[in-house]
Design a protein around this ligand. Structure first.
Ligand code: ADP
Ligand code: MG
Length: 394
């Protein structure tokens, strides 16, 4: 039988703030373990949470960037579970009344070749809610060690509708989402640093039918290539079960990078009963419509809108816009240069071809890639150079 895959993603993004979601303890990646904690993070008796206003605003801004409606009121629920990564024995999250409702993300599917633009479509979101990140457990040979630095970091969970139909679409979605989040200044989305993490829900149904099949949820997908590999593995695994006349079991599975396969963590029967209830220490949050309108006005142009504008208004080819637009640093550099010397085609070419090649060469000698903001060439330099070349000064 031929099957259609149906995929829904749950994407966790750490919101870039100076301090944590419910306390003034700071957070930054790479600090000495357990140095960025305080009594609230460690869940010591008698402590009370205090809301981080910036985290709420940034999550609302993310929501608007993703075309969500912002709820008039959101509130905090306790998700109760006992696990060493959560010293309070509950996680503060938004179960019943999330901050952002609905939403959609425009994705670009791969074209027939790298140089040809693919089809675009919208992927529906269900919601975005705010919660606190748990601590990080690392399993070593004989011990499991815990780092609470990450505990309490504001986390936006973006939940899609089951509206993706292949691993390729899931990858296109994650790339589009990543660009939008970076543009909005919510997070740098470095998956290696855990700033963006993804769980994938996968089910199959006979091609041409509408009902959803039984799904499994894959955890621990910490790179986009792992998301793709885990989804493809799961599609093949479920198809084999169904072909043999079996039934897929609803369960949570863990992706194992080493073996390139997944194994069952827990089935639906073993699933936690989280006993959600409203947190008695935190007031519901009322959102001010006037403030939402201000956030709307601050939203940057979305990357795919920018790409269309460059192609239509500046007549730039897709091969160039697809290089400049996903990266806000590059497109800002381009526009700053254009403001000094308005020769879009020449300048776009110098940036997408020559400048990027030089930056890549320069980074070969160092550890990390040289970004356009770290290089000594400024938009004024490039504008001046372009002008000299145009007037045959060189
Ligand atoms: P839970 O509360 O158990 O996490 P949700 O209903 O919130 O479940 O769904 C979580 C994610 O799973 C969403 O992204 C949703 O789109 C996706 N999903 C739900 N049912 C299916 C299904 N049958 N096939 C694929 N994805 C699904
Ligand atoms: Mg879930």
């Amino acid at each position: 039988m031929s099957y259609e895959a149906v995929i829904g993603l749950e994407v966790h993004v750490q919101i870039k703030t100076r301090t944590k979601m419910f306390t003034a303890a700071p957070y930054h990646y790479g600090a000495e373990p357990n140095t960025l904690t305080d009594a609230v993070v460690l869940g010591l008796p008698g402590t009370l949470p205090v809301l981080n206003h910036t985290a709420i605003e940034k999550c609302a801004k993310l929501g608007r960037m993703l075309h969500c409606e912002i709820a008039e009121q959101c509130k905090w629920d306790r998700k109760n579970y006992f696990y060493p990564d959560s010293p309070k024995n509950y996680q503060l999250t938004q179960n019943e009344q999330p901050l952002c409702i609905g939403g959609k993300v425009e994705i670009e599917l791969p074209g027939p070749s790298r140089n040809i633009e693919g089809a675009h479509r919208w992927v529906a979101l269900n919601r975005i809610h705010l919660e606190e990140d748990p601590g990080k457990l690392t399993h070593e040979a004989f011990d499991t060690v815990i780092d609470f630095n990450r505990a309490g970091v504001p986390l936006a969970e973006i939940v899609t509708e089951p509206d993706l139909f292949s691993s390729t679409e899931a990858v296109a979605f994650l790339n589009a989402l990543r660009n939008l989040i970076i543009y909005a200044g919510i997070s740098d989305c470095d998956m290696e640093k855990g700033q963006l993490r993804c769980d994938a829900n996968v089910s199959l149904r006979p091609t041409g039918t509408d009902d959803l099949g039984t799904r499994t949820e894959m955890k621990n997908l910490n790179s986009i290539s792992n998301v793709k590999a885990a989804i493809d593995y799961e599609i093949a695994r479920q198809a084999e079960i169904l072909d043999e006349g079996g039934a897929v079991v609803q369960e949570t599975r863990r992706w194992d990078v080493e073996s390139g396969s997944s194994f069952s963590l827990r089935s639906k029967e073993e699933a936690h009963d989280y006993r959600y209830f409203p947190d008695p220490d935190l007031m519901p949050v009322q959102m001010n419509p006037a403030r939402i309108a201000e956030l709307d006005a601050e939203l940057p142009e979305r990357p795919l809108d920018k790409q269309r504008r460059y192609q239509e208004a500046l007549d730039l080819p897709y091969t160039i816009t697809s290089v400049l637009c996903p990266n806000p640093e590059l497109s800002n550099f381009f526009e700053a240069t254009l403001a000094v010397y308005p020769a879009p085609k020449a300048i776009a070419n110098y940036i997408a071809n020559d400048l990027l090649r030089e930056l890549a060469d320069a980074s070969e000698h160092g550890a990390s890639a040289l970004s356009v903001n770290d290089c000594k060439l400024t938009p004024v330099h490039l504008a001046t150079l372009a002008k000299i070349i145009d007037t045959r000064g060189i």
